[in-house]
Design a protein around this ligand. Structure first.
Ligand code: HH2
Length: 350
């Protein structure tokens, strides 16, 4: 029985199959291998995942056509930035309480200078946020979040790279877009503010939809999943469908599994080990793991600023699974690591 027939059969029983391209990279790409998003990773095999069943590996030739098309289609440029090579998103938190750099860049001039410094260090995009979403963080009133973030966007909008506004709130996104931002990063994936989807649709800008569980205040209270990888995939698929129905083209959407947002260490690792599943959504994939708690847990490093090496390890592992964008605090170090990884792996980037 072909896999497509098997899929139809299992769908009729109300079950779903999930297809993960088993990503590889390097110079020895077999002639029959297919390229993930026409980028630097390729695959000859696919892992078929199903709830309650052991995964199995099948040749890439067994992939249903629709899924193959989603995985292999080139990703569109975002705000002028092509995705044929790994991209680095630098984080600028204009907040007093972010978990690793809170209070450091919360004056517009300082944050503007930080943006320019990150661009000089090799950032391809800058993500500016005025509200911490770390576990336990308190919600910031709209006016205050605008007062923190919009002046930073204004001070940085001649920096020469796309600026993204990291917010869950429509008025904050609208103010940042008016000030010169060209992308939206919503960690609630349109769940927090019902107006956000309209702001993105009307402004016709790229948007990152991240998986998260409830509110930052409570998200780490005993998170439970049926199957974290498949649950996160289904959630993002549903958010994508919603976005498309609102007129936001899939090619303008970036998906992100949301490391640390309502996830235990085991949940984070399960997502990281099979990140390449998310290419089956047909969008660019972003990963934000920089300096996060699980890096401290696994390395024994309590101080977030000293988790750079662990963050680089995770970023390179993600890029090796074809993730197009890594969101990081340490741009200089990430740029150097990516350049060396790229050269030493003999990456094929066109
Ligand atoms: N993580 C944070 C904030 N925004 N956006 C995306 N798309 N993905 C992430 O993983 C992500 C995110 C949390 O990190 P940080 O901005 O450094 O901290 P804080 O929320 O405390 O400002």
């Amino acid at each position: 029985m072909s896999l497509a027939k098997a899929q139809a059969l299992s769908d009729s029983r109300g079950m779903s199959l999930y297809f993960r391209p088993v990503s590889q990279f390097g110079p020895a790409r077999p002639a029959q291998a297919e390229r993930i998003a026409q980028g630097w990773c390729w695959f000859s095999e696919v892992e078929v995942l199903e709830r309650g069943r052991a995964p199995r590996i099948v040749p890439a030739s067994a992939l249903p056509d629709e899924v193959r098309a989603r995985i292999c289609a080139p990703r569109a440029a975002l705000a002028g930035l092509t995705l044929s090579a790994p991209r680095i998103m630098g984080i600028v938190n204009a907040t007093p309480d972010s978990f690793s750099d809170g209070g450091v860049f919360n004056a517009p001039e300082k944050a503007g200078a930080r943006v320019r410094e990150m661009v000089a260090q090799g950032a391809d995009i800058i993500d500016i946020g005025g509200e911490s979403t770390r576990p336990g963080a308190q919600t910031v009133p709209v006016a205050e979040e605008i007062a923190r973030s919009a002046p930073v966007v204004r001070a940085a909008c001649d920096a020469g790279v796309p600026l993204s506004i990291d917010t869950r709130k429509a008025p904050v996104a609208a103010a940042a877009l008016a000030a010169g931002a060209t992308m939206v990063n919503d960690v609630s994936a349109f769940n927090y503010d019902p107006q956000m989807i309209d702001v993105v649709a009307k402004n016709d800008v790229p948007v990152c939809l991240m998986h998260s569980r409830s509110d930052p205040r409570t998200m780490q209270d005993n998170p439970v999943y049926d199957d974290v990888l498949l649950d996160v995939f289904d959630h993002l698929r549903a958010r994508l469908d919603l976005a498309e129905r609102a007129g936001i083209a899939r090619e303008r959407i970036i998906v992100d599994p949301g490391i640390g947002f309502g996830k235990t260490l085991e949940h984070n690792l399960a997502l990281l080990r099979r990140l390449d599943l998310f290419h089956a959504l047909g969008c660019a994939v972003l990963l934000g793991a920089s300096r996060k708690r699980f890096i401290g847990t696994l390395s024994g490093e309590e101080v977030a600023e000293r988790r750079v090496a662990g963050s680089l390890g995770v970023a390179l592992a993600a890029l090796g699974k074809g993730v197009q964008i890594v969101r990081v605090h340490d741009v200089r170090e990430t740029r150097q690591a990516v350049a060396l990884w790229h050269a030493a792996s003999g990456l094929c980037v066109t």
